[in-house]
Design a protein around this ligand. Structure first.
Ligand code: DOR
Ligand code: ZN
Length: 334
């Protein structure tokens, strides 16, 4: 019998961009409709680096979207000392995010010299903090950037064998295979857009700048590997939307990278799991494996989804959302 209603623990979005200022509230409330907890990425301006900045950012988000819980993270900077890492941990940090310089939005102040961060990684390993990686070599050809980055994961394993590492928004078969080949302290997040689209959806017809993101969406073969990983029930792979809002004019005129999926990512994931006949693995992917990797308590709050078609708006808060104007077959039960 076809399933038309599912109740699960309310999901964790373990990779999302919520920005700052006026629009933060809209973005935070959108994700709060679908998720209980979020890991808000620290590539704000200025970035979230110190314990105080991290705690302030948590407070602003939680006040903007009552009920939403922030799992705090900081941006890794080579200048962080062992004492800074200790202070971050003491203030509740779970993770530090490593951005190679220039790899993506607001990463101009990112890291150029990987080795100069080794003392930070060492401190994070000893404090039990997760290292989150934007895994792309920024100067390599765009379609090869992730694949060329992967040897750094071996280097991490060799130098910091106990460090927990997340390869964020895995976009290639090579990335999936690499995470699979490494021990259980290596995991990967998977977005709805890398599960749902291929590069042909971005540039195969007329250019769809609203599907432009980093890492760019890749081939059908890559998508197949990402789907297989998500549906496999392997705890190394869990959900992080990488929802990254940019105003319509910035997407269309300046080519900003990022897809706004806070309202449509979860129903898209449900559709994907449904088509693969894997709805039984949905809760683990959305609400269990990530929390376990982070050593978080599982969410107690539940959410019910029902099969009820709705149309995604063409624009919301000045942003064109993922699947704008399309019929979406799952919604939250009212
Ligand atoms: O496409 C992206 N947009 N990828 C990222 O890693 C960052 C994000 C953003 O902040 O806009
Ligand atoms: Zn991101």
């Amino acid at each position: 019998m076809a399933i038309d209603r599912i109740t699960i623990r309310k999901p964790d979005d373990l990779h999302i961009h919520l920005r700052q200022g006026e629009l933060l509230q809209d973005y935070a409330q959108d994700v709060g409709k679908w998720c209980k907890r979020v890991v808000p990425m620290p590539n704000t301006v200025p970035p979230v680096i110190t314990a105080n900045q991290m705690l302030d950012y948590k407070k602003v988000i939680e006040e903007a979207s009552p009920g939403l819980v922030v799992v705090p993270v900081f941006k890794i900077d080579a200048s962080l000392t062992f004492d800074d890492i200790k202070a971050l941990k003491k203030s509740g940090a779970f993770m530090g995010k490593y951005y190679p310089q220039g790899a993506t939005t607001n990463s101009k102040g990112g890291n150029t010299d990987w080795k100069s961060c080794f003392s930070v990684f060492e401190a994070m390993e000893s404090e039990g903090l997760i290292l989150s990686m934007h895994g792309e070599e920024p100067d390599d050809p765009v379609l090869l950037r992730e694949e060329r980055y992967l040897s750094r994961l071996d280097e991490l394993l060799m130098n910091f064998p106990k460090l927990k590492v997340i390869l964020e928004h895995v976009s290639t078969k090579a990335g999936i295979d690499k995470v699979l080949s490494l021990p259980s302290n290596f995991a990967g997040t998977i977005t709805a857009h890398h599960l749902h689209y291929t590069l042909d959806d971005v540039i195969g017809g007329s250019l769809n700048s609203h599907l432009f993101c980093k890492p760019i969406i890749k081939s059908a073969e890559d998508r197949q590997a990402i789907r297989a990983a998500a549906f496999s029930g392997n705890p190394k792979f869990f959900y992080g939307s990488d929802s990254a809002p940019h105003q319509k004019r910035d997407k269309e005129l300046k080519g900003a990278a990022g897809i706004y999926s806070a309202l449509t990512a979860i129903p898209t994931v449900i559709e994907e799991f449904e088509s693969a006949n894997k709805l039984d693995c949905l809760e683990n992917f959305l609400s269990t494996y990530g929390a376990n990797f982070y050593n978080l308590e599982l969410n107690q709050e539940k959410i019910t989804f029902e099969k009820k078609t709705w149309t995604c708006p063409q624009e919301i808060h000045g942003v064109v959302p993922m699947r704008a104007g399309e019929s979406i077959s799952w919604n939250r039960a009212q």
